[in-house]
Design a protein around this ligand. Structure first.
Ligand SMILES: O=C(O)[C@H]1O[C@H](OP(=O)(O)OP(=O)(O)OC[C@H]2O[C@@H](n3ccc(=O)[nH]c3=O)[C@H](O)[C@@H]2O)[C@H](O)[C@@H](O)[C@@H]1O
Length: 423
C-alpha cells in the first residue's frame, strides 16, 4: 500500500483542490457573476455533503503526528507465540477489559473506537486513559472507515481481530434504528472486507448476543436452537451478523468465532444497562422502573460477570484456527463457531434489585410496570457446554459477588457523595 498521510485517509482532496477546479470550470463555462455563484454554491454543497458522510474519525490523526509509531509499538508482541490483536470497541465495557487482559499476558493490542455519545463519553475517555497507562493505543476512528482499516492492517500485521464495536442496547433500537444498521451491519461488513483483504488474514472473534434467541421458550438456550424469532431490531442485526460472518467464512476462508454474550455486567460497565442505572437512581433517591412479564411474571436474565466473559473471549482467541485465505482468495475451508457465553443461572430482575439494595444499604423506590412491547424478552438462560468442551469455559462469579464488586467500583469511580447528590 502506498504511504498515505493521516489526513488523506479521510479526505480524498483538500479544499484547495476543490477551489482550483472551480476556477477552471468557472473560466470555461461562463464569466458572468451569477454562474460563478451557482458553481460556488454547488461546490460548497458538494463539499458539505461529502464531509457529512465521512466517518467521524479525524480527531486523533490531526492531533497526534506520531500515531503510526504508537500503533506499531502497541501492536508489538511481548511473549513467544503471542498474538497481535485489533480490538474494536476498545473504549467500551467488554473491549477495555479484554484489551487489558491481552496486554497483561504479553499480546500486542491496538484499539479502535469512535467514542460515540450513546452513553457518557467521559466514561469511555476514562477507560481509554486506563488502557493508555498500560501502553495500549486506541485509534479514534469508525469501523465504517475502510481506508482507515486498510491502513491499520497495513501497518500492523494483526493475527486476530476481536470485534466488539457495536450499537448495543435492546430498547434504544426503537429510538434510533439506523444506528444499529450503521454499526452492526454496515460496520461489520466493512471490517470483514478489510479482514479478508488483509495479508495475512486474521482470525475474527466477534460479539453476537443472547438476544438472538428472541422469543424461544425452550431453556436453557443452546447454540443449535432456532434463532429466527428476534424480538428487537438489535437482535435482528446481531442475527444478521451471524449470517454475514458465515458468508465471509464460506467465500474467503476467514476463521470466524461468534460469541453470544448474556447480559454482561461489572466494574467499568455500561450506564445504559439496568443494574448500572438502578444503582445510580437508588443512590440518588430516585425511583426505578422494574418491568414484569405476562401474567405478572418476573423477568429474568442470565447475568454474566465481566471477568468470566473475558476468560471466554480469550479462550475463543486461543482456540481460533488460522484463516485459510490470502489476498482476498479462499485456499481451503476455515473454522466457523458460535458459542454461548452465559452464567447458566438466571436471576429475576427484582432479585437483582434486592442484591443492589443490600450492597448499597438503601431501599429502592420501585415502580413496577408491565413490560412494554419494546424488544425485551422475558428471560435468558445459557447452556454453555459447547464453550466448556472447546476451551474450558467455566463462569465462577454469581450475581451477589459480581454486583458487590460493581458497587465497590461505582462508589470509588463516582464517589459516594457525588453519586448521592445526583451531580
Ligand atoms: O444479553 C444480551 O445479549 C444483551 O444484554 C443486555 O440487554 P438486557 O438483558 O436487556 O439488559 P438490561 O438492559 O440491563 O435489562 C436487564 C433486565 O432489566 C429489565 N429492565 C431494564 C430497564 C429498566 O428500566 N427496568 C427493567 O426492569 C429489562 O426488562 C431486562 O429484563 C445488553 O444491554 C445488550 O446490549 C446485550 O446484547
Amino acid at each position: 500500500m502506498p504511504s498515505m498521510s493521516a489526513g488523506e485517509l479521510f479526505l480524498p482532496s483538500t479544499p484547495g483542490k476543490f477551489k482550483d477546479k472551480s476556477h477552471r470550470h468557472f473560466h470555461r463555462c461562463s464569466s458572468s457573476t451569477s454562474t460563478f455563484f451557482l458553481w460556488a454554491l454547488f461546490l460548497l454543497a458538494l463539499t458539505a455533503a461529502y464531509l457529512t458522510f465521512q466517518p467521524s474519525a479525524t480527531n486523533y490523526f490531526t492531533t497526534a503526528p506520531h500515531w503510526e509509531t504508537h500503533l506499531r509499538s502497541s501492536a508489538h508482541i511481548h511473549r513467544p507465540n503471542g498474538f497481535s490483536v485489533l480490538v474494536t470497541g476498545a473504549a467500551g465495557f467488554v473491549g477495555s477489559h479484554v484489551s487489558l487482559a491481552l496486554k497483561k499476558r504479553g499480546d500486542g493490542v491496538v484499539g479502535l473506537d469512535n467514542f460515540n455519545h450513546y452513553y457518557d463519553p467521559a466514561l469511555k475517555s476514562a477507560r481509554k486513559h486506563l488502557l493508555s497507562s498500560h501502553h495500549i493505543f486506541i485509534v479514534d476512528g469508525d469501523i465504517n472507515n475502510a481506508k482507515l482499516l486498510a491502513k491499520l492492517f497495513d501497518i500492523a500485521k494483526f493475527t486476530h481481530v476481536m470485534h466488539l464495536a457495536a450499537q448495543a442496547g435492546v430498547r434504544y433500537a426503537m429510538e434510533n434504528p439506523h444506528s444499529y444498521i450503521h454499526s452492526n451491519i454496515a460496520g461489520l461488513v466493512t471490517l470483514l472486507e478489510a479482514s479478508k483483504s488483509a495479508n495475512p488474514q486474521p482470525s475474527v472473534v466477534w460479539a453476537s448476543s443472547s438476544s438472538v434467541y428472541g422469543l424461544n421458550e425452550k431453556a436453557p438456550f443452546s447454540e443449535s436452537d432456532r434463532t429466527d424469532k428476534p424480538a428487537s431490531l438489535y437482535a435482528a442485526t446481531k442475527k444478521a451478523g451471524e449470517e454475514i460472518t458465515h458468508t465471509y467464512n464460506h467465500i474467503y476462508g476467514l476463521s470466524i468465532t461468534g460469541l453470544r454474550f448474556f447480559t454482561v455486567y461489572g466494574p467499568w460497565g455500561r450506564p445504559d444497562m439496568a443494574y448500572f442505572s438502578f444503582t445510580r437512581n437508588i443512590l440518588q433517591g430516585k425511583p426505578i422502573t422494574v418491568y414484569r412479564g405476562k401474567n405478572h411474571a418476573d423477568l429474568a436474565r442470565d447475568f454474566t460477570y465481566i471477568d468470566d466473559v473475558v476468560k471466554g473471549c480469550i479462550g475463543s482467541l486461543d482456540t481460533a484456527k488460522k484463516s485459510t485465505g490470502s489476498g482476498g482468495k479462499k485456499r481451503g475451508p476455515a473454522q466457523f463457531r458460535i458459542f454461548n457465553l452465559g452464567n447458566t443461572s438466571p436471576v429475576t430482575v427484582p432479585m437483582m434489585v434486592g442484591i443492589l439494595e443490600k450492597h448499597l444499604k438503601i431501599k429502592a423506590k420501585k415502580n413496577v410496570l408491565d413490560m412494554p412491547g419494546n424488544g425485551d424478552v422475558p428471560f435468558t438462560h445459557a447452556n454453555i457446554s459447547y464453550a466448556h468442551n472447546e476451551f474450558g469455559y467455566n463462569p465462577t462469579t454469581d450475581l451477589q459477588t459480581g454486583l458487590k464488586k460493581f458497587v465497590k467500583w461505582y462508589l470509588s469511580y463516582y464517589g459516594y457523595n457525588h453519586a448521592k447528590s445526583g451531580n
